[in-house]
Design a binder for this molecule. Structure first.
Ligand SMILES: NC(=O)c1ccc[n+]([C@@H]2O[C@H](COP(=O)([O-])OP(=O)(O)OC[C@H]3O[C@@H](n4cnc5c(N)ncnc54)[C@H](OP(=O)(O)O)[C@@H]3O)[C@@H](O)[C@H]2O)c1
Length: 385
């Protein structure tokens, strides 16, 4: 399903913040390939436009004059409070202030980290704002609160999309579900760090651009609203881990459920060992997701009912984390193998026929010199014109 603007309407220009990230990259790719006739997207890098700097935003937007803004930027999830607040909270509000001034829509990405544990949570639910919330959740929750305030007091036209655990390709940072995939593929999970029956919601990155496109076309319906964007059916965490394991034909993790107090003790011990190792010049860190260890032991599922009752229609209803798993596994193992970051995994399983391209450097050199060094003909033609 490719949504089209009214063919008589002029081409729109959108600014996308965070275009090098998992979500931003997927959105940028969608608009480039699906809407070149109707929508142009500018996705400045954080070097060109840092949302920590309100002046940068004003200067850039004065020049570009966009018709809408999308913000997918976040600081690393384990950032300190200063960076988390500056990017995730002030940054989001800076963009919203610009959108309010230009009187254009603002699409904001939020996260299930602001929700309590529980089943079938709705858009009305959220954690209380307290000092002891982690920096990521606190900054995302405060951004949601202020956007709501700006809608009521400044007439901001915004839509907030809350994502749960995201799956999709092009995750450069290896976070969330992809970290889990990495850990299983790297055989770094000896046992199951969860308990039976723990359910979570998942968000499909590939489907998200269709929603963003749709809500940009339907401002009256979606303005001022928050929506959960998750697959209809939640997923059993242990079932997902064991499916990945069986797909990769691995012997780990063993189907033994590690109780939470033991897992917490293990995490504490490992972090103390890693701290001690820094004293002898070795620097290693636990993955940032380990701070969410408790959530591996608690169900958190988001209701998708509000979006299902809207005018948005799921463009690929049959696609779920399980149906796409073989493709994702293949994509990431190939990528991580190329990056040489998997310590134990054998590439033979995904690429049994792969030949090392550098095995015979002379042959490669000859073949490049033979037919791949002439100047590009189409570029030469433009110089001649
Ligand atoms: N991935 C998930 O599992 C997940 C789950 C729930 C919700 N979400 C939400 O989805 C949104 C996108 O997340 P993501 O996973 O795509 O993030 P990501 O892959 O970590 O990408 C973050 C993006 O933010 C940019 N950025 C960081 N600091 C910036 C600054 N000061 N100014 C401008 N840009 C800056 C980064 O640009 P540089 O690379 O140039 O620094 C990068 O493009 C976030 O709102 C997040 O809360 C994600």
């Amino acid at each position: 399903m490719v949504e089209q603007n009214n063919s008589n309407s002029p081409k729109k220009l959108g600014v996308l913040i965070g275009g090098s990230g998992l979500i931003g990259g997927t959105l940028a790719h969608y608009f480039k390939t699906h809407t070149p006739e109707t929508i142009d997207i500018r996705a400045p890098s954080s070097k060109k436009l840092s949302i920590r700097n309100a002046g940068d935003i004003r200067d850039y937007l004065k020049r570009v004059k966009p018709d809408f803004l999308i913000n997918t930027a976040i600081a690393n999830i384990n950032s300190d409070s200063q960076l988390a607040v500056e990017v995730n909270y002030f940054g989001a509000i800076n963009i919203a202030r610009a959108a309010a001034a230009l009187n254009i829509p603002y699409i904001h990405l939020s996260s299930a980290s602001i929700l309590p544990v529980g089943d079938n949570l709705t858009e009305e639910n959220h954690l209380p704002i307290t000092a002891d919330l982690n920096n990521y959740a606190k900054s995302k929750l405060m951004a949601e609160k202020t956007l709501q305030y700006m809608k009521e007091n400044e007439g901001l036209d915004y839509t907030c999309i809350r994502l749960a655990i995201v799956y999709g390709d092009h995750d450069h940072k290896i976070q969330g579900f992809h970290r889990l995939l990495f850990t299983v593929a790297d055989e770094a999970m000896p046992f199951l760090f969860t308990k039976r029956g723990v359910m979570h919601s998942y968000s499909n990155a590939r489907k998200l651009p269709y929603l963003v496109h749709h809500i940009l076309n339907k401002r009256e319906e979606f303005s001022g609203e928050t929506y959960h964007f998750v697959d209809k059916n939640p997923v059993d965490l242990s079932e997902l881990i064991l499916t990945v394991k069986s797909y990769l034909n691995l012997s780990l993790p063993k189907e033994v459920y590690v109780p939470y107090p033991l897992a917490r003790f293990g995490r504490k011990s490992v972090s103390l060992i890693l701290k001690a190792l820094t004293k002898v010049g070795l620097n290693a860190q636990l993955p940032a997701e380990i701070m969410f260890l408790e959530s591996f032991y608690k169900t958190q599922t988001l209701s998708s009912q509000k979006l299902a009752q809207s005018s948005f229609i799921d463009p690929i209803p049959e696609e779920t984390i399980f149906s796409i798993l073989p493709k994702l596994v293949h994509y990431y193992l190939d990528r991580w193998t190329h990056q040489n970051i998997l310590s134990t995994y054998s590439d033979d399983i995904v690429n049994p026929c792969r030949k090392d391209i550098f095995e015979d450097p002379h042959e490669l050199l000859e073949s490049i010199h033979g037919d791949s060094t002439s100047p590009f003909v189409d570029l030469l033609e433009t110089v001649d014109e």
